[in-house]
Design a protein around this ligand. Structure first.
Ligand SMILES: CC(C)(COP(=O)(O)OP(=O)(O)OC[C@H]1O[C@@H](n2cnc3c(N)ncnc32)[C@H](O)[C@@H]1OP(=O)(O)O)[C@@H](O)C(=O)NCCC(=O)NCCS
Length: 151
């Protein structure tokens, strides 16, 4: 069963491990061990300084941490600020389940759901397209995707 719980400072090593492994998946030349150490230090400085509307969660599969989810909820919109599932647990429907729940939350509360994805992240773009996101705008490197109100 997939569950979410609010991340605490004690989770930072786990989050660093998940992020380092996801980054290593995208860049096979990356030293995952060194990146894990660097990220753990960065996260220690960053933790607690996010905007107050932001909620950082640990994604658990049967009680075991397998990912990280950041969602920012404003009165008029919800921003999916980051989702990373450890490579060992990808492609099993975890992302689909969590993002579908966010889409339902946004629809039920009459809010737009927004996210930003790197143009080169073809896998994630396909997932978002399958879930109904539309391109609202773009920069050189990124797409801004939305599920508009009423869609
Ligand atoms: C994108 C991601 C959160 C999806 O989670 P998931 O649990 O693997 O998703 P699901 O099993 O529900 O669906 C799999 C979909 O994710 C895509 N996907 C799988 N591995 C991926 C990867 N390493 N990076 C990006 N997308 C990936 C697949 O293309 C698949 O899409 P499809 O079903 O339309 O073919 C997860 O793959 C991940 O953490 N990727 C790396 C980090 C990332 O790209 N995050 C999104 C940033 S905007």
């Amino acid at each position: 069963m997939i569950t979410l719980r609010t991340a605490t400072r004690a989770d930072l090593p786990v989050i660093a491990d998940i992020l380092a492994n996801v980054q290593g998946q995208a860049d096979p030349a990356l030293d995952v061990e060194a990146q894990r150490t660097a990220l753990a230090a960065d996260l220690e400085n960053w933790f607690g300084r996010d905007e107050p509307e932001s909620l950082l969660s640990i994604i658990e599969l049967d009680g075991v941490p397998v990912g990280r989810l950041r969602v920012v909820r404003w009165p008029d919109r919800i921003f999916l600020g980051g989702i990373q599932v450890h490579p060992d647990h990808q492609e099993r429907g975890i992302g689909t389940e969590l993002i579908t729940a966010l889409i339902e939350e946004a629809r039920a509360s009459g809010r737009e759901l927004q996210l930003t994805v790197d143009k080169i992240n073809i896998g994630a773009r396909r997932l978002y397209q399958r879930l109904g996101f539309r391109t609202e705008s773009e920069t050189v490197d990124e797409l801004h995707l939305v599920i508009p109100v009423g869609a």
